[in-house]
Design a binder for this molecule. Structure first.
Ligand SMILES: C[S@@+](CC[C@H](N)C(=O)[O-])C[C@H]1O[C@@H](n2cnc3c(N)ncnc32)[C@H](O)[C@@H]1O
Length: 164
């Protein structure tokens, strides 16, 4: 029988006994945090028990700052820190583990499809500022294959660039 998620009565009955539950992200899920910068958002993940976090930035100082922020807040470094270009992850999968900052973890190659949740806070904005000296015409927008139905919509774009 289908669950009555659309009915208020279902939620009322459920919340009568349920005091706390996360639907989409639990400690076993792997989070990719794009353009982590010097933000302490990753520490908020960790303080909620989410340790399986890979903080990625193309600026090495961001990884250093991120590690320092975690060390200062928790006394150790258990999340991953990766220096990589977020716009090239499909072509160049990232390596996390012993080089990623989390001591004792086995090294593994990670592609974007391996993550359960990708978080971006203001990095898309930064990338969107790229100004190209071309007139851009969109030729095609092709969806990539999903491994799981919950995977995000990712497209291969095909442009014609004509010099301005
Ligand atoms: C506006 S800051 C946001 C930092 C942080 N997320 C926050 O909310 O405070 C943009 C960040 O994205 C990073 N960034 C920009 N383009 C990137 C790219 N192509 N790949 C990885 N990181 C990138 C920058 O180094 C910077 O840390």
């Amino acid at each position: 029988m289908a669950t009555d998620y659309e009915k208020q009565s279902y939620w009322h009955d459920r919340f009568a006994s349920e005091t706390s539950f996360e639907w989409l992200v639990t400690s076993k899920h792997h989070i990719l945090h794009l353009g982590s910068g010097t933000s302490d958002l990753h520490n908020h993940f960790r303080s909620r028990g989410l340790l399986n976090v890979t903080n990625l930035d193309f600026e090495p100082l961001a990884a250093e700052r991120g590690r320092d922020l975690e060390q200062n807040a928790f006394g150790d470094v258990r999340m991953n820190y990766v220096v990589a270009d977020a716009t090239r992850l499909v072509d160049e999968p990232i390596m996390i583990g012993s080089h990623g900052g989390a001591a004792g973890k086995e090294e593994q190659i990670v592609t974007p499809a391996k993550f359960d949740l990708v978080v971006d806070k203001s990095t898309a904005d930064a990338v969107a500022f790229l100004e190209l000296p071309f007139h851009v015409e969109v030729m095609a927008k092709v969806p990539t294959r999903k491994v799981k139905p919950t995977d995000p919509d990712i497209y291969h774009w095909c442009f014609i660039l004509r010099p301005m």
